[in-house]
Ligand binder design. Structure first.
Ligand SMILES: Nc1ncnc2c1ncn2[C@@H]1O[C@H](COP(=O)(O)OP(=O)(O)OP(=O)(O)O)[C@@H](O)[C@H]1O
Ligand SMILES: CC(C)(CO)[C@@H](O)C(=O)NCCC(=O)O
Length: 238
């Protein structure tokens, strides 16, 4: 159980590319810091505070974060959570997926959560229960792999909502776009959640939403979840 009644915590989303810090204020959430994960790996984390609630998918930087706060609570399947996890290996489930699903509860009990980051995650919440989902390479991972493991393909940046691509670069960017948007469309269909909210977060959530033509972008989704988890524990899992 979190024992953090005394102070409002800092909320930290430690991802594979960026570490982001936010705080909850009366008007909503506010970003306090965004720093490259590689920088934190070298021991630099220019932020100190009393209490932090952390979603980390980068175990190698957890000690650095820990050393900057008096108390740090890492989200995992072992914490009391406002939603149940229907996952065969909860101990290996990404803390960002847990936090995002807990944030999704502000939108309802059924729907799809998309995290568009280093890796892309497309998760399902049904009847307020985390059901699992899909993990795909993100835009730059797809581009890197194609560029590095072929002789003729360049390493592109970004993705395109266009098909067919009319050049090599366009064809790759089109492929990445089709892969991501197509995966979300298909996940929605298979999960039979066509009328439920699709909430997107992560570095290119807005571009992906434009491509899909539907969905809600919530750049604070993971922080919303961290806050919901904090409150849940503060009041004893009620
Ligand atoms: N507009 C964009 N178009 C395409 N790719 C992008 C865009 N913005 C960021 N990216 C890619 O997204 C990734 C970073 O995603 P994000 O900003 O969500 O970081 P993160 O929080 O560290 O992600 P994660 O938590 O998944 O590790 C990088 O691989 C970057 O190249
Ligand atoms: C899939 C990522 C990389 C997305 O950030 C993260 O959630 C993670 O490291 N997950 C661990 C594997 C799992 O969630 O089952």
């Amino acid at each position: 159980m979190l024992n953090i009644e005394r102070e409002t915590p800092f909320l930290i989303d430690a991802g594979n590319t960026f570490v982001k810090v936010a705080v909850k204020e009366e008007g909503g959430f506010k970003f306090a810091l965004k720093i490259e994960t590689e920088t934190v790996k070298k021991g630099n984390f220019p932020f100190k505070g009393k209490v932090a609630v952390v979603s980390s998918v980068v175990p190698s930087i957890e000690e650095v974060i820990k050393s900057n706060f008096e108390k740090v609570f890492f989200v995992s399947a072992h914490l009391p959570l406002p939603l149940k996890l229907d996952y065969k290996t909860p101990e290996t489930l990404g803390a960002d997926r847990i936090a995002a699903a807990c944030g999704f509860l502000d939108y309802g009990s059924n729907g799809i959560v998309v995290l568009a980051g280093t890796a892309v995650v497309i998760d399902v919440v049904k009847d307020g229960i985390f059901q699992g989902g899909a993990i795909l390479p993100g835009t730059s991972l797809m581009a890197k792999v194609l560029g590095r493991f072929t002789e003729q393909l360049p390493e592109v940046e970004g993705f395109l909502n266009e098909y067919p691509g009319k050049s090599t670069a366009e064809s790759i960017m089109s492929g990445i776009g089709l892969a991501l948007a197509g995966a979300v469309d298909r996940a929605l269909k298979i999960a039979d959640l066509n009328d439920s909210p699709v909430v997107l977060a992560g570095g290119y959530a807005e571009d992906l939403r434009k491509m899909l033509g539907y969905g809600i972008v919530d750049e604070f989704l993971i922080f919303r979840g961290l806050w919901n988890i904090y409150r849940w524990n503060k009041k004893g899992g009620a």
